[in-house]
Design a protein around this ligand. Structure first.
Ligand code: SF4
Ligand code: SF4
Length: 368
């Protein structure tokens, strides 16, 4: 495996990090996938308090037993939106250490900062609390993950001299979205390590329609193209992938092993440009399938409804997508026609999608 510098931390990370967010249900399979990745040189494992309804950290703790914990850097995140009183930060951190079966978390992030959660950070003095936790040896490197505008990103970077790293959404479709490339460069200039999430936009850039496949041709697979686009940039410390199958692990490791800064040829860059243009014409919804919105009081299958809608636009095959909508979406919850426009989902969606508007639109779309 090759390794890359993470900002000014002195830490060198594998180009690929393992995101513990979209795991298969069989824990023996998860154990093999994660340990195979570590044996191949992957040295960054990323989880969060809320992933898999709170189960991801405990699974991670078990998977990293038998000496695997000592081979990697372990990252997890503080659910800022759940902090409601002064003692919550320490209570949650202590619970995380127990779940993860570790005495120290190497990389600790304030999770999914946006305008409203940043206010909570200030209200409860979470930056000071992070520093105290570091002095107590419970955490080591301090960072945040981010989903909001560039201006807020800059404000957060500038507000605290002790950030070691940040985690941003980046892929070839989102270069000017949220922190974007501008944010990545700003953070890197300030010495922060940059960790990239959503390199495949929740699988959207992996399962591409034929028109996009045709543009890639035989040069690269769409997944390879998406990863290489990121690894080409010197500022990128590692790229997280929420791998769900052994095949994905094997494929991604193969790509990571031969990655390097400046790896894209002029032809590769032209292909990515053409693919980006083609995708933008399709007008799909930028849902990453993260499922944070499954707090809907009407139990609407929001990500699956978006998947069916996007599939209709991407594949230009209404009948097949309608089949998906009618037969597959209800297995996960209610249909969009049940939306009461309460906007609860929109408060939490990291992509700031106007979900309720889309629910009505999708309902009408498939009614036709
Ligand atoms: S706006 Fe609609 S989809 Fe969103 S939480 Fe409310 S009912 Fe559910
Ligand atoms: S609608 Fe938003 S919160 Fe829900 S799955 Fe998609 S990106 Fe995640």
């Amino acid at each position: 495996m090759v390794y890359r510098d993470l900002g000014n931390t002195g830490v060198r990370l594998s180009p690929l990090g393992f995101g513990m967010m979209r795991l298969p249900s069989d824990e023996r399979v998860v154990t093999k996938m994660v340990r195979d990745a570590i044996d191949a040189g992957v040295n960054y494992i990323d989880t969060a308090y809320c992933y898999l309804d709170g189960k991801s950290e405990s699974i991670t703790g078990r998977v990293l037993s038998d000496g695997y914990r000592d081979k990697i850097y372990l990252a997890t995140k503080c659910p800022v939106w759940l902090i409601e009183k002064d003692t919550d930060f320490d209570r949650i951190l202590n619970e995380q250490l127990k779940r993860l079966k570790t005495e120290q978390i190497d990389f600790y992030l304030l999770h999914s900062l946006n305008k409203s959660s940043w206010e909570n950070v200030k209200k409860f003095g979470l930056l000071e609390k992070m520093k105290e936790a570091r002095e107590q040896g419970k955490i080591c490197y301090l960072g945040f993950s981010f989903h909001d505008t560039y201006d807020l990103f800059q404000e957060i970077v500038d507000s605290f001299d002790e950030w070691d790293f940040c985690q941003i959404q980046l892929n070839y479709l989102d270069t000017k979205y949220q922190a974007g490339i501008k944010g990545m460069k700003y953070a890197a200039e300030k010495g922060l390590g940059v960790i990239v999430m959503e390199p495949l936009r929740g699988g959207y850039l992996a399962n591409v329609p034929q028109t996009i496949q045709d543009i890639f041709g035989k040069s690269k697979t769409p997944i390879e193209g998406a990863f290489d686009f990121l690894w080409d940039m010197p500022e990128v410390g590692t790229v997280l992938s929420g791998m769900s199958t052994q095949a994905q692990v094997d494929e991604n490791i193969k790509y990571a092993e031969r990655s390097s800064v400046g790896m894209l040829s002029e032809d590769d860059k032209k292909i990515i440009e053409a693919v980006t243009k083609e995708f933008k014409k399709m007008g799909t919804v930028p849902c990453t399938g993260c499922s944070y919105c499954n707090i809907c009081p009407k139990k609407i299958a929001i990500p699956q409804s978006f998947a069916a809608y996007n599939s209709a636009l991407l594949e230009d095959n209404f009948e097949q997508a309608k089949h998906q909508y009618v037969d597959w979406v209800p297995r996960f919850g209610a249909l969009p026609s049940n939306c009461i426009s309460c906007h609860k989902c929109e408060e939490i969606c990291p992509q700031h999608i106007k979900i309720s508007e889309y629910m009505h639109k999708i309902h009408e779309f498939f009614q036709e």
